[in-house]
Write a protein that binds this ligand. Structure first.
Ligand SMILES: [Zn+2]
Length: 587
């Protein structure tokens, strides 16, 4: 199945697309003039803020439609020239708004009595969090001129580096010999072989993958150094103590929460090491698990799904939780919101793109029929459902922070796993349990290694650019620390910094701990669901709808969860630890 983008636009040359691109310029012109004409005095703050919020909501709805069409096209056709050109044009427009937006923010930041101003209007009350955030963060804004320069330079800096890395990795072909035949396959296809039943296939896929990265290692390192260097420079200019501090603010999360979560994760690592060693033993390895067997299927059960079977399974499993969720998913399949299969020129992995202005989403996956692929689909549909819960919020109130971004997705995975366990025989149950622990291991142990790597990367990048060898070495060290003796240290993965696109997003640094937050928060929520049953469902939808206009701690508090308490994190981790115990006793 391939997605249809027709409800966005039918082509880059269509009347609608060109018309909207033109309207975009008009909006920008109007916004600039409006700021010039209105913000020289502090008179009528209520009316002025109302007006600016309205224009912004309208403009961003329009702009996000154009950029969604462009980015979605590029994600399945990395070399589409029209999309590449349009992407340049659109990115070029963002800096135009930098000056008016930063003038507005500073103006709001300078208003005395912001609380009373907000109280005077329904629209402002609705955007209370958005406005309070502006006030809180206005001190990190630079002069209008500096803001404009930074925004413009990003297009030839970090944005260009990101695009280059995306192009390099999505067009990289891996040379691999299968059944005596030499083949050149897209990277995601070879990465998927890590789940293959045949140990020889997994092993040769690993070597072929590592070998292929040599072709792009120097260029990827240049991209990474360019992006992280820029991030450090800008974060210092703005007066942040560290990039992590900025990420936490962007995440609406406090350090206390991160520390509590990381401490609980560290405490839990020995459980995962035991699991990896057990898995190694089952697969016949003596010194812990080699990286290429991390995802090896365990047990005889070979669950294969056609795409249609995957759809039916997901839709039916969600029915037991809520009709709204299952209807949403059915609709996503029926209306062709999903681009399913891997192919050359299409990017790897999976993602969901929520299209707030048209109340839809699009999902990209590289589906090859494993249970893991089904679970990934359910995961991405969770992001889509999250978007669906936000369609009645304004555009500005629909923007949720990274850690909460993984709530609905992982919640969905949990539903799918439990549904599959219910129908499973003993052998299948073992396979499902193992695959679930394996993916939790990715989110706790591997994510912890990525957090370590990125912390070290920022520390050392400050002193200068890092070589390919240094990056590989740092990655190996991070993996050794996180995986301990669970992995065989002779077979690690020194190139994970090329494989994960997250390192190349200049606007989202440390895009790792949000996954751990998401997993453990979702586990905590699922435990609530088990306790409260049906009445949970409505508060779950309300929670998702509130994610764009609250701090993380406040969102969690809606369900009586205290994210500052290490005990909350421990209790979520305990669910996984118990699964590990079960797995070890079953084998
Ligand atoms: Zn996700």
């Amino acid at each position: 199945m391939r997605w249809s983008l027709d409800t966005l636009y039918t082509s880059f040359d269509s009347e609608e697309f060109r018309e909207d691109l033109k309207r975009c310029d008009e909006y920008i012109k109007n916004i600039k003039e409006w700021v010039k004409n209105n913000l020289s005095t502090k008179d009528d703050p209520v009316e002025k803020i109302e007006e600016f919020i309205k224009i912004q909501n309208e403009f961003y709805s329009l702009f996000s439609k154009l950029s969604a069409y462009t980015e979605l096209t590029l994600s399945v056709e990395a070399k589409n020239e029209k999309a590449l050109r349009t992407s340049d044009i659109l990115y070029g427009k963002i800096p135009e708004l930098t000056e008016p937006t930063s003038t507005f923010k500073k103006w709001v930041g300078s208003l005395e009595d912001i609380d009373n101003i907000i109280e005077a209007s329904e629209l402002l009350k609705e955007h209370r969090f958005y406005l309070k955030e502006i006030v809180r963060r206005s001190k990190y804004l630079l002069s209008d001129k500096e803001e404009v320069i930074i925004a413009k330079m990003k297009n030839t800096g970090s944005n260009a580096w990101s695009k280059l890395q995306n192009l390099l990795s999505s067009t990289l072909l891996v040379d691999i010999t299968i059944d005596g035949e030499e083949k050149h396959l897209p990277l995601p296809v070879v990465r998927n072989m890590a789940y293959d039943k045949n140990p020889e296939v997994r092993k040769s896929a690993y070597y072929a993958e590592l070998k292929a990265y040599e072709k792009i290692e120097e260029s990827s390192a240049a991209c990474l150094n360019g992006i992280k260097g820029e991030v450090i420079t800008i974060s210092k200019l703005r007066g942040y103590n560290s990039v992590l501090e900025k990420t936490l603010m962007d995440s609406r999360m406090d350090k206390e929460t991160l520390d509590a979560m990381l401490s609980a994760m560290r405490e839990s690592l020995p459980y995962f090491h035991r699991y990896y060693r057990k898995k190694a033993e089952i697969l016949g390895h003596k010194n812990g698990l080699p990286f290429y067997d991390l995802f090896a299927p365990v047990g005889e059960a070979d669950m294969r799904f056609t795409f249609e079977e995957a759809r039916d399974f997901i839709v039916n499993s969600f029915k037991g939780f809520s009709k709204r969720l299952s209807d949403y998913v059915k609709n996503a399949f029926d209306k062709r919101w999903i681009d399913a299969e891997p192919r050359e020129g299409k990017r790897g992995g999976a993602f969901c793109y929520n299209l707030h202005p048209i109340k839809e989403s699009r999902i990209l996956s590289n589906f090859t029929g494993s249970f893991n692929d089904v679970s990934t689909l359910a995961h991405e549909l969770g992001h889509g459902y999250h978007g669906a819960c936000l369609v009645n919020e304004s555009f500005l109130n629909s923007d949720y922070p990274m850690p909460l971004a993984e709530t609905a997705s992982i919640f969905n995975e949990t539903i799918i796993k439990n549904a599959a366990l219910k129908e499973a025989g003993k052998e299948e149950a073992l396979t499902i349990l193992e695959s679930d622990i394996s993916s939790s291991g990715q989110v706790i142990v591997d994510i912890y290694s990525r957090f370590l790597f990125e912390s070290e990367l920022f520390r050392r990048r400050e002193e200068g650019a890092l070589s390919v060898n240094e990056l590989k070495e740092m990655m190996l060290n991070a993996q050794k620390e996180a995986y301990g003796d669970g992995l065989d240290h002779n077979y690690l993965h020194p190139y994970m910094w090329i494989n994960k696109p997250h390192y190349y997003y200049a606007e989202a640094n440390f895009y790792n701990f949000p996954y751990a937050f998401g997993l453990l928060f979702a586990k905590g929520l699922y435990a609530e669901y088990l306790k409260r049953g049906e009445e949970f469902v409505e508060s779950y939808d309300n929670l998702l709808a509130a994610t764009g206009k609250n701090s993380i701690a406040d969102v969690a508090a809606m369900m009586n969860i205290d994210v500052h308490s290490i005990d909350f994190w421990r209790s979520s981790l305990k669910v996984i630890e118990e699964d590990i115990e079960k797995f070890i006793s079953l084998t």
